[in-house]
Design a protein around this ligand. Structure first.
Ligand SMILES: Cc1cc2nc3c(=O)[nH]c(=O)nc-3n(C[C@H](O)[C@H](O)[C@H](O)COP(=O)(O)O)c2cc1C
Length: 191
């Protein structure tokens, strides 16, 4: 049976970003599952520096389009910047349009404060809905990210995170299974 495919998208290219720890942690946890395949995509590897609309294809945007095409469900790991999400994440998302349709997405929000990026979730939700993703109300919030790892590089609140992550990924996978084929069918329905 074909395994469904999850793409984790790390949405900041900031030098020294702490969100990278969260993306790596999620990757490791999901990689241990037998029911899905997983890929970590870094927005840093897709920096075009300007908006390239979906109809203006080039060799770089083709890479992202291929990733979207093969993905059944997304996890977007994003820090909160001025209550929003990083511009480079929006530029990358804007490179594709129809191929997102019918694919479930979970946001893993990251911040140095106590709210765990809650405000960026509110800003990104309408964007993800507009491009046709199925936004799931199971966002993960990683607050106080500067204490995520201890001085030895171990995750400090591992048990707490693991139980939340398992429930969330179980929900994502359930949606992916139920929506399999819907996304393909939706490609033929132009808005
Ligand atoms: C440009 C910028 C704006 C930021 N704005 C916020 C904010 O609105 N709310 C917040 O909780 N943290 C904010 N932060 C701090 C981030 O939460 C912090 O950098 C954290 O480590 C996550 O981002 P990182 O992956 O870039 O490290 C901001 C950081 C930057 C670089």
């Amino acid at each position: 049976m074909k395994k469904l495919h999850i793409t984790i998208l790390l949405g900041t290219a900031r030098e020294g970003r702490l969100s990278e720890h969260i993306a790596n942690f999620l990757y490791t946890e999901i990689a241990s599952r037998e029911d899905v395949t997983i890929e970590l995509v870094d927005v840093k590897d897709h920096l075009s520096g300007r908006t390239i609309p979906p109809w203006e294809e080039n060799d770089d945007t083709k890479v992202w389009k291929n990733i979207v095409a093969k993905t059944d469900g997304f996890i977007i790991v994003s820090p909160e910047y001025n209550h929003g999400y990083p511009g480079e994440l929006k530029i990358l998302l804007d490179q594709e349009h129809d191929a997102y349709r019918g694919k479930p997405v979970i946001v893993a929000a990251v911040s140095a404060g106590i709210l765990g990026g809650s405000r960026l979730i509110e800003h990104i939700q309408p964007v993800l809905s507009e491009i046709g993703m199925i936004f799931l109300p199971f966002s993960l919030r990683f607050d106080n990210v500067q204490t995520f790892l201890d001085e030895k590089g171990n995750v400090t609140r591992k048990d707490e995170y693991l139980s939340r992550i398992k429930k969330t990924i179980d929900a994502l996978v359930l949606y992916m299974k139920r929506l399999e084929g819907v996304a393909t069918e939706l490609q033929t329905h132009k808005k």
